[in-house]
Write a protein that binds this ligand. Structure first.
Ligand SMILES: Cc1cc2nc3c(=O)[nH]c(=O)nc-3n(C[C@H](O)[C@H](O)[C@H](O)COP(=O)(O)OP(=O)(O)OC[C@H]3O[C@@H](n4cnc5c(N)ncnc54)[C@H](O)[C@@H]3O)c2cc1C
Length: 415
């Protein structure tokens, strides 16, 4: 049985960055990556961006590493193989082809999977999810002949795909279960601003609604909503959330919640096992909370820190992550923890009327008040300053008025 000093399950940006970091510090140790998808590292982010999706740039620009890179760095790449069992007692991973690999140190960086529609007739042709390169290829092919599309869900996948479908000349209707777009992560005013952009771009939105029936023989031809409205369509793109697949970790002893639980060093509860990327539910020392974050920069930095800790350093993960998207003439940015439950103070900057609206989310720690996160619509230029304020845990208890003044320069608060 092959044995590796460092074995990495999941070859996305988190897993690959960990391998790259390990190799940069140790030129001889054995390193291997097992990846369910057969591909070398590609940009998942690009899958929903117009230039790639609409074929304006060569397909090959999606690749971030080619096979040569793995060879040159002496990293064994098991592409197209899935880890199906973790036997932590024997430090062994069983793969989908029944082979087994032993490890000294293990990193799990398996990301998340698109939640599937479990619905009568939801196996009809024409129903798509966008998570993998293969998903992207299939959708890019389908838009060549589709005339009418439906997107399901009110989050970033729906926002970006609705924009893409419209650009491809497809009549697009968005169906959301909520009262407004991106509820409850955003407040209603922010949601309405985004809807304004979607509608201006010609996208129809149906609120508080769910599909009750899919019509069509083999291909989807229409959907029927709960109020019996029938909408004709040749394709449906579902953006109804993500989940982590833990089936292969059953009986391993690994502690999981929504993600795999890890401390601030990205160390899981089992000996010599670390976690990185979207799959990690980790102790965030800036926010002092255990959270799970799904974005590219967070996954990359997780990979770097996990890699360093695997080779024996002890570095806590301290990073303020962010996510930005733009389309339909609007830019949206999230930085830090943007949940705005009752325990947090929300300070508004600008307004929807000014077409520039931010919400700074503050944790009330009694004597201290610290910024935890922000949502910024058409105010992305404030992202870097807010990230710094979060990172430095600056007390803003006597600055709340200033934070609410949208002309006030946030950079002046950075000490
Ligand atoms: C369409 C789309 C657009 C996005 N756009 C943005 C954006 O604009 N900005 C941004 O910040 N983020 C964006 N994201 C999110 C970003 O891509 C992810 O946060 C990031 O890719 C997470 O990296 P990861 O390495 O943790 O996981 P992943 O990239 O998901 O990689 C994990 C890999 O592990 C493999 N795997 C899973 N289980 C197993 C197993 N049992 N055995 C072996 N291999 C396994 C998976 O097949 C996958 O290839 C986007 C995501 C999507 C889907």
């Amino acid at each position: 049985m092959e044995k590796y000093k460092y074995l990495i399950i999941g070859g996305g940006v988190a897993g690959l960055t960990a391998a790259e970091t390990i190799r940069s510090k140790d030129s001889i140790a054995s390193v291997a990556i097992v990846n369910d998808e057969p591909y070398t590292l590609y940009s998942r982010v690009m899958l929903s961006k117009p230039n790639f999706f609409l074929g304006e740039i060569p397909f090959d620009s999606v690749w971030l590493k080619n096979e040569d890179w793995y060879k040159k760095n002496n990293i064994n790449f098991f592409g197209g193989k899935k880890a199906v069992k973790l036997d932590s007692k024997n430090r062994t991973i069983i793969l989908s082809d029944d082979s087994a690999l032993r490890y000294e140190k293990l990193l799990i960086a398996t990301g998340v999977q698109a939640r599937k529609w479990n619905f009568p007739n939801s196996d009809k042709k024409g129903i798509y999810y966008l998570r993998t390169l293969e998903d992207g290829r299939v959708i890019m092919n389908a838009i060549k002949s589709a005339k009418r599309a439906i997107t399901i869900g009110g989050g970033f996948i729906s926002f970006e795909t609705a924009d893409l479908l419209k650009m491809a000349g497809i009549d697009t209707t968005m169906i959301i279960r909520e009262n407004y777009f991106w509820e409850p992560l955003l407040d209603e005013e922010s949601g309405r601003m985004i809807e304004g952009a979607l509608k201006k771009g010609g996208i129809k939105i149906i609120y508080k609604s769910e599909v009750k029936e899919i019509v069509g023989k083999t291909n989807v031809e229409a959907v029927i909503l709960q109020d019996n409205t029938k909408i004709e369509c040749n394709m449906i793109i579902c953006g109804i959330g993500v989940y982590c697949d833990f089936d292969w970790l059953k009986d391993s002893g690994l502690k999981t919640n929504r993600g795999i639980l890890a401390d601030e060093y990205l160390k899981a509860n089992l000996p010599d096992v670390w976690v990185a990327g979207d799959v990690a539910e980790f102790k965030d020392i800036t926010l002092d909370e255990t959270i799970q974050i799904g974005n590219w920069v967070n996954a990359r930095e997780h990979g770097r820190i996990a890699g360093l800790n695997m080779i024996g350093e002890k570095i806590p993960f301290k990073f303020v992550s962010f996510y930005t998207t733009q389309g339909l003439g609007i830019s949206i940015a999230f930085v830090g923890d943007v949940r705005s439950d009752k325990s947090r103070i929300v300070i508004k900057r600008g307004s929807p009327q000014k077409n520039s609206y931010g919400r700074v989310i503050i944790l009330d720690k009694g004597a201290r008040k610290e910024i935890e996160g922000a949502t910024l619509i058409n105010r992305t230029s404030e992202l870097a300053a807010i990230a710094k304020l979060i990172e430095k845990n600056i007390d803003v208890s006597d600055k709340l008025d200033k934070l609410g003044d949208d002309n006030f320069d946030l950079k002046s608060l950075i000490q």
